[in-house]
Design a protein around this ligand. Sequence first.
Ligand SMILES: *Cc1c(COP(=O)(O)O)cnc(C)c1O
Length: 372
Amino acid sequence: MPRKNIYVTQPSLPPLDEFIPYLEQIWSNKILTNNGPFHQQLEGALCEYLGVEHLSLFTNGTIALVTALQALRVSGEVITTPYSFVATAHSLLWNGLKPVFVDIDPNTCNLDPTKIEAAITPQTSAILPVHCYGNPCAVDQIHNIASTYGLKVIYDAAHAFGVRYKGNSLLRYGNLSVLSFHATKVFNTFEGGAIICPDALTKQRIDYLKNFGFADEVTVTAPGINGKMSEINAAFGLVQLKHVAKVLDQRKTVEARYRDALRDVAGIQCIAPHPDAEGNSSYFPIFVRESFPLKRDILYQRLKDRGFFGRRYFYPLISNMPMYQSMPSACRESLPVSNVMADQVLCLPIYPDLEHEIVDEICSLIRDAAHE
Ligand SMILES: *Cc1c(COP(=O)(O)O)cnc(C)c1O
């Protein structure tokens, strides 16, 4: 009998019966949205779990990114990475901002901090780095550059739920950090997101912005948007949160099994865990080097033929997409590392209850291919 297909991820879902009482409460109090009781509870619970002081929930991570840029009144040019999900750069275009792509560090797949300064112009107002795969950016170096040049820093932390850096939440770095709770992320509310804010005043401004700019019934303080999370999503988040520690534990076990089995395969490279960080095992990317007998796309197809659906995150590069490719900073010659990584990356399936036999089977296929 053919085995079921294995995809790169499978959303974590709590037992349905744990969710029902929450729904009953919504049905009885008839509060569906607009900072209702579950919304407030989830903001508090997430602050506590993540180890941050202020957080504003959103309908999704992309609207949260768009709003974060509005909240800090970012203008002109923004330095960012081409090696990310499209929403990172799209959030700039939706604000009429100009993305300036800077190459990545091959050891982390994050913005290369030594290349940022050369990209700063009088129009630069902010840096939008991504903690790619949940691995911390060079946060201290980025902080120093931003202070020197008076730039804002907004981290796209869509992959970084629960990641700790030097003993504290990674989300405390930068002026703002943005999370995604999309179905495919480590912690999901079906759709959802959040902005981590440094102080109550910033959170208040962001809360107004996500509610059309309303400060009270008759006062509109800014041209805001509708970015609110509903009570259903917030309630679901509260149930999810009860299971997230176990989810992270199970993911860690899967990651360790991949690392063990692929450690000494010639031509296959993994990203080394950051020495100062506790990660979240959100992705397991491998890089199929020139020295490997098969090209990345051949290996990708071979795994797919056996029912193992990896994903080429992040291929194609944002800078090679039609709406970005004509920008001066998007040319391939100035982004050599990003282009190589995008051509070699393959994210292998990883999720909490991925059977260990499946991991072993995927690793055997890769190991066998290495000897062809
Ligand atoms: C998922 C993701 C987003 C967008 O989040 P949504 O909640 O899907 O809108 C933004 N940036 C990165 C890096 C992502 O992976």
